[in-house]
Design a protein around this ligand. Structure first.
Ligand code: NAP
Length: 302
């Protein structure tokens, strides 16, 4: 068997086209577009490239995008005041604070200062609680787990009654995706197991999975013999395992590997996401979806 590839890079384009179309319709009917502010503190190169991609995608979607760059030396009080300003700005529907923040600033305090109704990343404790309750209570599902669920749904994989095994229990991937898959509803209604470093027999659990979601950050952790034939394998891991010279640009680029031994797993699984080009492109896409949703909530059309 050769698994069907679930290409996030292609699904991303479909979703962005849907978002663009909806933004234009709302602009026509209500005269408003989603407003997204990205606050970047300092000059961390990885943060700059991530923020640049967010800004570019938001602009492509027809959003009002505000990139607010602040110096490394900004005080915690000034950053909190800035967030308060955007919390009260009616033209802003989503507030993003790029992490990491400088050491003198308490990240938790800053993230918790964002109005939960503008927290399009979905990390505020209020939104984590809403996700736990499920159904119509959920406003902003966190972006990477939402992207994973979208990939599963768009690939046409049955989730109702499926055994889902999630490797990893982080607050940004493992726990929320497990919570989303266990809820009643479309793309969910699964029987979910979460495994982690204290799990006694990782292989045993992985082998039971109809849908195996791996977010451990350990290159090649999941072996092909741990995969049930025909299973859907979602590899969230992005691990830098070396560098190479890009044929396109001639510049040094990272060699990326997932948490699954892809070359062998593809022979056993029914569906599999590649790394790169699988889950990766979905995160910013789902962020755009959340920002649009936020505008729709304020207009009462969500
Ligand atoms: P994290 O916070 O480091 O959590 C990793 C989880 O995996 C932990 O719960 C850990 O267990 C578990 N784990 C680690 N090694 C394991 C092992 N040998 N056996 C069983 N469980 C193990 O990582 P994260 O933030 O969730 O990210 C995970 C991976 O996804 C990373 O490669 C990251 O780069 C990638 N990622 C990709 C995207 C994207 O594509 N957009 C977004 C987010 C993350 P313990 O809790 O017991 O320590």
């Amino acid at each position: 068997m050769t698994a069907k590839l679930i290409k996030g890079s292609e699904i991303r384009e479909q979703i962005l086209a849907e978002i663009k179309e909806e933004v234009q319709k709302i602009k026509k009917s209500h005269g408003k577009v989603p407003g997204l502010v990205t606050i970047l503190v300092g000059q961390n190169p990885a943060s700059i490239s991530y923020v640049t991609l967010k800004v570019k995608t938001a602009e492509e979607c027809g959003f009002k995008e505000v990139q607010d760059n602040q110096p490394e030396t900004i005080s915690e009080a000034d950053l909190l005041a800035l967030i308060d300003k955007y919390n009260r700005d009616d033209s802003i529907h989503g507030i993003l604070v790029q992490l990491p923040l400088p050491k003198h600033i308490n990240e938790k305090k800053v993230l918790n200062a964002i109005d939960p109704d503008k927290d399009v990343d979905g990390f505020h404790p209020v939104n984590v609680g809403r996700l736990m309750i499920g159904g119509s209570e959920v406003k902003f599902p966190p972006c990477t787990p939402a992207g994973i669920q979208e990939l599963i749904v768009r690939a046409g994989v049955e989730t109702k009654g499926a055994e889902v095994v999630v490797v990893g229990r982080s607050n940004i991937v493992g726990k929320p995706i497990a919570m989303m898959m266990v809820q009643k509803g479309v793309g969910a209604n699964s029987t979910v197991t979460i495994v982690h470093t204290a799990t006694k027999d990782l292989a045993y659990h992985c082998k039971r999975a109809d849908i195996l979601i791996v977010a451990a950050g350990v290159p090649g952790l999941v072996k092909p013999e741990w995969i049930k034939p025909g299973a859907c394998v979602i590899d969230v891991g992005v691990n830098r395992v070396g560098e190479k010279i890009s044929e396109k640009t001639g510049k040094k680029v990272a060699i990326l590997r997932g948490d699954v031994d892809f070359d062998e797993a593809v022979k056993v699984a029914g569906y599999i996401t590649p790394v790169p080009g699988g889950v990766g492109p979905m995160t910013i896409t789902m962020l755009m979806k959340n920002a649009l949703k936020s505008l729709k909530f304020t207009l009462g059309i969500a």
